[in-house]
Structures are given as C-alpha cells and as structure tokens.
Design a protein around this ligand. Structure first.
Ligand SMILES: Cc1cc2nc3c(=O)[nH]c(=O)nc-3n(C[C@H](O)[C@H](O)[C@H](O)COP(=O)(O)OP(=O)(O)OC[C@H]3O[C@@H](n4cnc5c(N)ncnc54)[C@H](O)[C@@H]3O)c2cc1C
Ligand code: SF4
Length: 596
C-alpha cells in the first residue's frame, strides 16, 4: 500500500533567541546539516528562500499525459530558454522577452507543467556575464525535488587528482576519511545499485538494484571485452524501503521517473524534505522558516565571528536578523559564494571568509554534449516490456586516465544512458510516415533504442569565477552574480574523445548508430556546479579547512558543493551529503567543547 505521511507542523521562528546553529538553504547540503546537527541535540534554525510546496499535488507522478489538458506541458505564457539562446545571447536571458515567465532549459523537457513552480523564473533571478545555463530551484528541498538521482561516490583518483597527474590541488582529505560518511548516507537515505569492485567508482551499501533490460545487458557484455563496465544506474532511491523513515515509500517501479524533470511523489527517490528535514523536525530541535532570503552573514564587530544571518521575507520584503552560535551556509555552490561575497564588513572587507581572495574562484562542473542514439536490430518487432518502471537506466564509469595517459587531456568522463520501452515510444516523434504503417513501425521499434550521453570533469581554474555585479539586482533588491567562465582546451579535447569512444562502444556491441552528437553543450548544462569556496590546508589558497570550516571565521561553515576542490566526473550530490555529515559532526563536537 502506498501511504503518505503529512509533514510535521512547523514551529514559529523566534528571532529573539540565539540558536545553536543557523543553516541557510534546505537542499541536499542544508537538509543534511539540519539532520546531523539536530541529531546532536542542537537547537537549529533553517532558513530557506523558497516556499514549501505540496509536492504530491505538484508532481502528480502517476498522471497520464491524456489526463492533462496540455499533455503535461506548461501554459503557453512560459518559455524555456533554448540551446540557441544560451549560445548566441549573453545573460540575463529573460531581459526584453515577450514571455510572462522565463525558465532555464530544463523546462523544455517533457512534463514541464509539473516543474513550473519548482524551477525559478529567470525574470526574478537574473545574472550577468559570460554565457551559462544556470538551473535553480527555490523551494523547500531545492534541486533535490527534481534531481536525476544518480548517486555516485568519488575515489582517490578524484580526491588525489594532483598526485595522479600533477594538475590543480589535492583535496585535504582522502577516500578513507569520507568512506564512513558515504556509508551513513547510504544507510540513512537508501541507494540502489550493483557491486562492481572498481577502484575508481567505489561501491555503496546498496539496496536491491534495478534491472538492466536486454539491450543494456548486450552492451554490458560487449564492454566487458573492452575492459569497460556498464552498471545499473546507482540511484539515490530506496528500493527496499527505510524502516526508520515514515515519510518515504519504497520504489514501486511505476515508470514515472522517465517524466523529465524528475521528482517522485511517493518519495522513494531521495528528496531533502522527506529524507532529512521532516525527520529532523520530529526531533523537536529544528525550526524551519521558508520564504527567508538570506543576503548577509552578519558579524560581531568585537570578535569578527559570525553573529547570525540577515534575511528578507521573500513575500513581504521585510528584513530580519536571526542569531546563532554557528552559521552553516548551504545555499548551493553559486548562491553560497554570492552570500559570502555580499557579506562585507570592516572585519571582512572582501566578503566573509575571503581573506584568500578565492571565494568565487576555482569554479568547476561537468562538460556535456557528446551523445549517441542506436537501434538494436534483434529487438525490432519483439513484444514490448515494462522497461521504464525503474528510476534510471545505466552508468558507464570513467575508463580514461586511470592506468593509461591520454595524450590530449587529463581526467575522465562517464556515460549515463538507458534503453528499452518507455511510456512514450522512443523516436515516435521523429519516425517518418503516417497511418497504419507509421504506427506499426513505432510499435515494432519501441523497445529497440539505446542512448547515452557523456559527463566529463571540468578542470578548476582560478580565473573561472563568479563575482557580484552591483549594477543588476534580483526581485528582492539583492545584487546578482556575474559569470566569468568558459570551458578550456582540456574539456574540448575530452569531449572529442567522448564522441569517438561512445560510437566505438555501440559499434563494438553491434548496435546500429542512428545519431551521434559531438558538440559541446553550453557551460552549466550539467547542473553540477562546484568549487567557488574550496577546501585546502593553506589559508592563502583555500577558503575552508577539511571540515568545510572557514579558515578566517571559525564559527562559519560552508557545506555544499562550493567546498569541492575538483569536480571529478561523478555526479556530486552523494558526496555533498557525505561531506556535510562529516563537517556537521565536527561542528557539533567543536561547539560542545566551546571552541567556536
Ligand atoms: C534536473 C536535475 C537533475 C539532476 N541530476 C542529478 C543527478 O543525477 N545526480 C546528482 O548527483 N546530482 C544531480 N543534480 C544536482 C543536484 O540536484 C544538486 O547537486 C544538489 O541538489 C545540490 O544540493 P545543494 O543543497 O547544494 O543545492 P540545492 O539543492 O539547490 O539547495 C539549495 C537551497 O538553498 C536555497 N537558497 C538559495 N539561496 C538562498 C538564500 N540566499 N537564502 C536562503 N536560501 C537560499 C535554495 O532555494 C535551495 O532550496 C540534478 C539537478 C537537477 C536540477
Ligand atoms: S520509479 Fe520509483 S523512484 Fe521513480 S517515480 Fe516511480 S516510485 Fe518513484
């Protein structure tokens, strides 16, 4: 039986008291901070800029296309920025547009009506500078409301990248430091996957894996001969259920995950509210204030330490300050950098925690673009199977620059993909013809397609940066970010290799290649922005120590992807949460000892 627990009733925020900790942002990072700090018995205030949405009625994961007036599409007064616009125009992309609402490119995917209240309206949230496809979600839970759920670990190939190839900086931690926290995240939130024993993609503590379908098994077997691996999608989804969490159901394989952008209305897929925040509220130690847009980390002039957080009520526009013994910034990589840079004071004239001048710099992410679509001839005309009743298809982990050395680029890339029959048959819209023949072709070929696309590591560079643009403000009068960022030669060479090896793998498996794309997509497309407040041992070249604690301000922590020293090519969210858990344990410990 599918059973939905109502969220706990929120407590009123009391701005007359000093909280043990104030957390800014309620996505993967902020949710984890709230969970861990409250589990230590700390009195925590969580400030979230967005509102709380009723996700079940928002996502309607089981609604059929024909039960929706526009087959799931958003109203016509909304516009999703296209690849062409990102390429030929400079931000702010919503400037001078005839549309009432403008959204990032993800609203161009099918099912955009279900995410129109989740992603931000670019009219309210402009940014400037170089081209960048910035996808943001301002609501309780942030981007975890619609994330793709691929949940991967990093390895020492990532944490010790410099040792391996000489580029950039090593992280101040190694896999052994994070591994116990990855384990905790796996057990607390649930993850589906299959063990492969790979040194460069460590296994998680998996629940029941999702199954590969025939075309994917065929590709897996062929890749084995090339010493490459295709593994079932490692999904941040509970397939066996979680006895300790009454807000989440196990995955019923309903296929709705194939509606993009994602979201799961029974919360089998992890989202921060049901996975972390509601259980934290149940401890009685968490106060949640939504509609609270933080614009400054305030400072005690006598000590230079963080005093609290100044915020505007996102609806009324009224300004407030909340006070805390510690401040935990978790507003997502770029918003956290923005908040630190906005927080200027006599003690911190370049922005709080920025004596190194590195806040906003060393920005990195994943490069995307090369992708491939193929047809498995043996599957044409075969009976259709339920293949999209699962939270994802497959992942091909990195195989470049492990034991080998590529002549034209360093680091690596992986592929995400899938095959088989879907709710909307693959290529139905691009199959030529009409009438009975057309329908037969679509039906016959429905389960025969396989596709995949690459995600490659973007190198961090000091000059890859964001800064405050004082001339442009958002709807709340807060200065916005200006981008100074572009892919370099390493990313372009890597993308060329992705296109070549993607095709090579399909051909080796006997999959007929129907379409192969080699072009690189606009910067930002991966939605995996990282860096901008990196960890390190040297306060002159890094912002945070190994516990995501500011070198300059000991009661300030920044626990999201901004702390990452390099991007690796694995999706970041599971690592964001493992690190946040580790750092918040440390925070609680230090607070208890009176060290903050
Ligand atoms: C469509 C999509 C697919 C994705 N697929 C994957 C995937 O398969 N695997 C993976 O690992 N990752 C994926 N991601 C990325 C993943 O969602 C992020 O890595 C993760 O959510 C980051 O967590 P976060 O807490 O840093 O940021 P967010 O989840 O963005 O949360 C930040 C929160 O802070 C709030 N906030 C921002 N500014 C302020 C402010 N000034 N004051 C108060 N609150 C503020 C925001 O409203 C938001 O709620 C995907 C993302 C999207 C959108
Ligand atoms: S397949 Fe599983 S995780 Fe995905 S929407 Fe359905 S129940 Fe949720």
């Amino acid at each position: 039986m599918i059973f939905q627990m109502r969220p706990p009733a929120p407590k009123e925020a009391d701005l007359t008291i000093v909280y043990d900790a104030i957390v800014v942002g309620s996505g993967a990072a902020g949710g984890m901070a709230a969970h861990v700090l409250t589990s230590h018995g700390l009195n925590v205030l969580l400030l979230e800029a967005g509102r709380k949405l009723d996700m079940e009625s928002e996502l309607k994961s089981m609604e059929w296309p024909y039960d929706h007036p526009r087959r799931g599409e958003m109203p016509r007064d909304g516009h999703a920025i296209t690849l062409n616009e990102y390429t030929v125009r400079q931000p702010p992309y919503a400037k001078d547009t005839p549309y009432k609402h403008v959204y990032s490119y993800v609203q161009g995917w099918g099912g955009s009506d279900y995410s129109k209240n989740i992603v931000v309206d670019e009219k309210d949230h402009p940014y400037t500078g170089t081209k960048y496809a910035w996808v943001r979600a301002r609501l309780l839970g942030g981007k975890t409301a619609i994330w793709g759920r691929l949940a991967l670990r990093l390895s020492d190939y990532d944490f010790k990248g410099k040792t391996h190839d000489g580029y950039g900086e090593d992280w101040p931690i190694s896999y052994a430091d994070v591994q116990p926290y990855y384990d905790k995240v796996d057990l607390y939130l649930g993850i589906a996957g299959h063990k492969e024993n790979l040194p460069h993609l460590p296994d998680s503590l998996f629940q029941r894996t999702t199954r590969l379908n025939p075309s994917e098994v065929m590709l897996r077997q062929s890749l084995k001969k090339m010493n490459r691996v295709l593994t079932p999608y490692r999904a941040g989804v509970t397939t066996d259920g979680l006895k300790h969490n009454k807000y989440r159901s196990k995955c019923y394989g309903r296929g709705a995950c194939n509606r993009r952008a994602g979201g799961c209305d029974i919360h089998a897929a992890f989202d921060s509210p049901t996975g972390l925040i509601y259980p934290a509220m149940d401890t009685g130690h968490l106060t949640l204030r939504t509609n609270s847009t933080a614009y400054e980390v305030t400072v005690d002039p006598a000590t230079g330490k963080a005093r609290g957080v100044a915020f505007a009520d996102s609806q009324s526009g009224k300004h407030y300050e909340a006070r805390g013994k510690a401040v935990v910034v978790a507003a997502s990589t770029l918003e956290s950098a923005r908040l630190l840079l906005l927080s200027k004071s006599n003690a911190h004239p370049n922005g709080i925690g920025n004596s190194s001048g590195h806040v906003g710099h060393n920005f990195c992410e994943h490069v995307m673009g090369p992708s491939i679509l193929g047809r498995v001839k043996d599957l044409v005309g075969k009976p259709r199977t339920l293949d999209d009743g699962r939270p994802g298809g497959f992942y091909i982990p990195r195989y470049r620059n492990l034991e080998d050395r590529q002549p034209k680029f360093i680091r690596g890339y992986g592929f995400e993909g899938g095959g088989g029959t879907g709710m909307i048959p693959g290529r139905a819209f691009s199959t030529p013809g009409f009438g009975a023949d057309f329908k037969k072709t679509v039906r016959d070929e429905a389960g025969a397609f396989v596709h995949m696309g690459g995600f490659g590591e973007v190198l961090p560079r000091y000059e890859s940066s964001v800064s405050i643009d004082p001339a442009v403000k958002d709807r709340w009068g807060i200065p916005v970010l200006k981008f100074n960022y572009a892919f370099g030669d390493n990313e372009k060479q890597m993308a060329l290799d992705m296109a070549v090896t993607g095709k090579e793998m399909f051909e080796a498996a006997g999959i007929e290649v129907l379409h192969a794309d080699a072009d690189v997509l606009t910067e930002g497309w991966s939605i995996h922005e990282l860096g901008t407040a990196r960890m390190g041992s040297d306060p002159k070249t890094s912002v945070l120590n190994q516990f995501q604690q500011s070198h300059d301000v000991k009661n300030l922590f920044v626990v999201d992807g901004s702390s990452h020293v390099s991007a690796s090519c694995q999706n970041p969210t599971w690592t964001i949460m493992a690190l946040a858990w580790r750092s918040c344990d440390h925070l609680a410990d230090e607070l208890g000892k009176g060290n903050l």
